[in-house]
Design a protein around this ligand. Structure first.
Ligand code: URA
Length: 215
């Protein structure tokens, strides 16, 4: 399934992100009845090019981890808290010494994450999977609040409500309990290989837990 977002929610995002350094749009996608929802931060350059989530370097790593848990990408649903690529503007010199402009990926701001807030909440309610796997601090903070630390919560099985954006534009805890198993973002350990064993162990543990729970 490729999710189709309601026009009014898309218009709301567009209004709130006018002038922001964001480009493209990648919808969430995956199984109709996914065993879990993987939640990233925002698409990067490769994702925008291909129109699919997690297909760049991080995505390749993520696919391996999903398989370590005994799953395939076809069995899960993948989205992120922001649907466009946040970029910054940098001026650098090329090999010939010419000044050129580059637009590298960056982490979305809190304002951008909030701009996508109602769209993201709607998406979670539609996909309706009982198990959520936030990848890294950005998506984990969106679900659990800013006090949560991925270095403490990675691989842990939590059972609790998640934050949603209310009509007063404030985050508040919902009344429905989800299973939440935070994981390191694949980009984090692509650049910090010392985390690799921990990350592998976390995904294997997730696979065992899913089996035990018959999910
Ligand atoms: N990082 C994310 O959070 N999402 C993607 O789709 C790719 C990289």
């Amino acid at each position: 399934m490729i999710i189709e977002y309601p026009a009014d929610l898309l218009a709301d995002v567009q209004r709130r992100t006018q002038g922001a350094k964001l480009t493209g749009f990648v919808p969430g996608m995956g199984a109709d009845h996914p065993r879990l929802i993987l939640i990233g931060e925002a698409p990067g350059r490769e994702e925008i090019k291909q129109g699919h989530p997690f297909v760049g370097a991080s995505g390749k790593e993520l696919t391996k981890m999903v398989e370590l848990a005994g799953l395939t990408r076809d069995e899960v649903y993948i989205t992120s808290v922001v649907r466009s690529r946040p970029y910054s503007i940098k001026h650098v010199r090329d090999r010939k010494g010419q000044l050129i402009e580059e637009h590298p990926n960056r982490t979305p701001s809190q304002r951008e994450i909030k701009a996508y807030g109602h769209l993201f909440d709607w998406e979670l309610s539609q996909v309706n999977a009982p198990v959520l796997v936030p990848l890294g601090n950005t998506s984990m903070h969106r679900l659990l609040g800013p006090q949560a630390k991925i270095s403490e919560l990675h691989g842990k099985v939590l059972h609790q409500p998640i934050m949603h954006l209310n009509q007063q534009e404030k985050y508040e805890l919902g009344d429905h309990d989800y299973w939440i198993i935070p994981m390191y973002h694949p980009a984090a350990y692509l650049y910090a290989r010392r985390l690799e064993d921990t990350v592998r162990a976390d995904w294997i543990k997730l696979g065992k837990w899913l089996k035990e729970q018959n999910r």
